[in-house]
Design a protein around this ligand. Structure first.
Ligand code: HEC
Ligand code: HEC
Length: 200
């Protein structure tokens, strides 16, 4: 009986510590976001401008890794380099968790015909040129996974720009996985798949 009570007390304590940790993490992330990130990415990661990626609904581990990559210079961005200089690994984890907890964005693709070409490429790839199906890694719905980014609902202009960067090897913080994917992609394919994903 005594043992059961003790176990219950220990569980309650562990639960309290966990809840405490959860709200501390949120407070830590919101403080950093309110200090700078909101200017470009919005207070909830909704990012109103096409130039700045949406972070709401993005996967937590992927975000933390990108922040680390901007800090150690493996991913280059003049806009982001100074933003991450003061962030600790704990800050990066907190920011990732916060953005991942926000609802992802959804909008209707503006060019339905172009999005149709993108849908085919996303789901089946281009067997004539050897571009693999994006869905094989990023998932059929574009939600990604812990280490793979969510693409669904992202701004088309941002996605297209990243594909160009991978194509030219200007971005290679993924050990060139995406370079192998993007090297055979045409300008039309990049625009089409970006248009499709923005509406998912
Ligand atoms: C001055 C505008 C600006 C501010 C402020 C800013 N960012 Fe960014 N952020 C950008 C731009 C531009 C990119 C895209 C860089 C590229 O082209 O690779 C980016 C990219 C990112 C990415 C990568 C997203 C992805 O899908 O790969 C993350 C994560 C991120 N920012 C988080 C933050 C956080 C956290 C802060 C605050 C500490 C912040 N940003 C502040 C402009 C900004
Ligand atoms: C073999 C697995 C694989 C395939 C297939 C693949 N990707 Fe990726 N993709 C990745 C990885 C890994 C990353 C980057 C992770 C990182 O930066 O750490 C990535 C990142 C991206 C990003 C950057 C997202 C952001 O938020 O900055 C875009 C855009 C992208 N992929 C689009 C595509 C498209 C479009 C296709 C199909 C033509 C595709 N991917 C096929 C593995 C894959």
């Amino acid at each position: 009986m005594r043992r059961a009570l003790l176990a219950a007390a220990a569980l309650a304590l562990a639960g309290a510590a966990w809840a405490q940790d959860g709200s501390d993490t949120t407070a830590r992330a919101q403080k950093i976001i309110g200090g700078s990130c909101f200017l470009c990415h919005g207070a909830e990661g909704e990012s109103a401008s096409e130039v700045f990626p949406r972070l709401a609904g993005q996967n937590a581990e992927y975000i933390a890794k990108q922040l680390e990559n901007f800090k150690n210079g493996t991913r280059k961005s003049t806009a982001m380099a100074s933003m991450v200089a003061e962030l600790s690994p704990e800050d990066m984890v907190a920011l990732g968790r916060f953005y991942a907890s926000r609802p992802p964005h959804q909008e209707v693709a503006s060019d339905a015909a172009l999005a149709g070409v993108g849908k085919y490429l996303y789901q089946a790839g281009n067997k004539w040129s050897g571009v693999p199906a994006c869905a094989s890694c990023h998932g059929l719905t574009g939600a990604g996974s812990a280490t793979l980014p969510r693409l669904a609902g992202q701004h088309a202009a941002y996605l297209e720009n990243q594909l160009k960067q991978f194509h030219q090897r200007a971005r290679n913080n993924d050990n060139a996985v995406m370079h192998t994917v993007a090297e055979k992609m045409t300008a039309l394919e990049m625009a089409a798949v970006a248009e499709y994903l923005s509406g998912q």
